[in-house]
Design a protein around this ligand. Structure first.
Ligand code: V55
Ligand code: FE
Length: 484
């Protein structure tokens, strides 16, 4: 007799789904290129049991991992929950035991001190494992093909950090997975670390340092020589938790910072560059040339998250919350603590930026993202967790030219993912996959685009007999990576 709250987080397009299963040989419209051999994994939050509190929010759901396996023009689908400690404890109890988002003060006594992670934010194949990640907890290991869970890892007892970010990057030169931790010595601590994991899954680096203040540190940039952090005042403190406020609140009176840490240095080499209050979103890429260090991400004038309110209760401003892809540059030759340059790269509201990951950490040309096209009509029931992401975009940063495809009045698009045509194809030559969710018929398609011609619409659609819940992030793994 589960009863989920009758709130936007659990109704309309965000109605709980909780479906685990397998579909062999998905129905295909069009033609899936034969050479696409590998896996596309993605994850969405989907509470296993009705939450303990009516005001529970989307980001608190248990991680539900989807796998699309591509072989010989055919696609098999599989979906399983990530079996976190939380999921297992609640499964055994037959009900929710953990309370509000990141607030341990709201948990059942029975789970005091247990790891609260949900593994609901990103999934990525590395060292033969599927890493399922949530930034408030350790990394969960899963089998990339069976989706069996193996529990949290501390990398053989070597990792000191209590947390592991959900936005690691793979350095194409070393093959290392570059990650970080925040709240690394517990909730509200400013302790962070820069982390590298070798292609065989060994911890090779953990550089501890301190943030400027405790805040949500959701994503970061990695260049050939530096790790780049963006500090923005989406803050928290124990007082908020005692008062049962949403974990994060946005403080428009505080500055932002860009932190630059040499990957071969230590905390003494870390430099913080200050900039005005704003909100930064997901990182497209970062790179360094000479003494200049660049990081590209959507930046908005104010908070983008309506469910993490202003600390002074200012009403949410959806227009000021729209991000536009922006390049922040610092010059390491400067002796002051100011950014060198801020340049807007895309003039339409955008989020969920992606690149040809073979160019991660390097100078690059091609990017894909979701665009909010506010001129287009919408016929669905609404209730999308962000603003409606109705358009897929491709930007050529060399020419500034942008191409886009609108999914139609009934649909929203989930985060795109680029797949190279072959291991040695030129940058940006290949495909983009993205879930297209129909909010009216309640079906999702995994749409496949020619990455250079997204404006033509999908070249193929793998059709699911249901709609997948709104998700966060996912990644492609080539067949060769699965064999590792
Ligand atoms: C994000 C998502 C999260 C979270 C913190 O999109 C930040 C950003 C799905 O959970 O806990
Ligand atoms: Fe994210």
């Amino acid at each position: 007799m589960a009863h989920f709250p009758d709130t936007p987080s659990f109704s309309g397009t965000l109605r709980p789904s909780r479906i685990e299963g397998d579909i062999l040989d998905l129905e295909i419209e069009g033609q899936v290129p034969d050479q696409l051999a590998g896996t596309f994994h993605r994850v969405h939050p989907d509470a296993q049991f009705a939450p303990r509190f009516e005001d529970d929010q989307f980001f608190n759901g248990d991680g539900m991992v989807s796998l699309f396996r591509f072989q010989n023009g055919r696609i098999d689908f599989r979906q399983r929950y990530a079996h976190t400690d939380k999921w297992l404890l609640e499964r055994a109890a037959g009900k929710a035991l953990f309370g509000a988002y990141r607030n341990p003060l709201t948990d059942d006594e029975a789970v005091k001190g247990r790891i609260r992670g949900t593994a609901n934010t990103n999934v990525l194949v590395h060292a033969g494992m599927l890493y399922a990640m949530k930034e408030d907890s350790p990394c969960l290991l899963m089998d990339p093909l069976t989706l069996e869970s193996f529990g949290y890892t501390d990398f053989g007892g070597k990792l000191q950090s209590q947390t592991f970010c959900a936005h690691p990057k793979i350095d194409p030169v070393t093959g290392n997975l570059c990650a970080f931790s925040y709240g690394a010595r517990g909730l509200m601590t400013t302790d962070m670390a820069y982390i590298e994991i070798s292609p065989t899954g060994e911890l090779v680096k953990e550089i501890p340092f301190h943030n400027q203040y405790y805040c949500m540190m959701h994503d970061f940039g990695v260049t050939e020589d530096y790790a780049v952090f963006t500090t923005m005042p989406l803050i928290s403190n124990w007082e908020r938790l005692e008062q049962r406020k949403p974990f994060f609140g946005f403080d428009t009176s505080m500055p932002c910072y860009m932190g630059v840490l040499p990957r071969n240095g230590d905390a003494r080499d870390l430099r913080w560059f200050r900039t005005d209050n704003c909100f930064v979103g997901h990182v497209m890429n970062a790179f360094n040339e000479g003494t200049k260090v660049h990081i590209d991400m959507p930046v908005s004038a104010n908070n983008s998250f309506p469910f993490f309110p202003d600390v002074n209760d200012a009403p949410f401003d959806p227009v000021a919350g729209r991000g536009y892809l922006t390049r922040w540059t610092v010059d390491m030759a400067r002796n002051d603590d100011r950014l060198d340059r801020i340049e807007r790269l895309v003039d339409v509201p955008d989020e969920f930026p992606r690149i040809d990951d073979r160019y991660a950490t390097q100078a690059y040309r091609h990017g894909w993202m979701l665009i909010l096209d506010t001129d287009k009509p919408y016929e669905g029931p609404g209730g999308a967790f962000y603003a409606l992401t109705n358009t897929l975009g491709h930007v050529d940063l060399a020419t500034g030219k942008r191409k886009s495809w609108w999914a139609g009045p009934q649909c929203a698009i989930q985060e795109p993912c680029f797949i190279p045509r072959s291991a040695d194809a030129p940058e940006g030559e290949g495909y983009v996959v993205a879930l297209v969710d129909n909010h009216v018929t309640n079906y999702s398609d995994l749409a496949i685009f020619d990455a250079q011609h997204v404006e033509d619409g999908p070249i193929a659609r793998a059709k699911l007999p249901m709609r997948l819940r709104q998700g966060l992030h996912g990644n492609w793994a080539d067949e060769s990576k699965l064999a590792a």
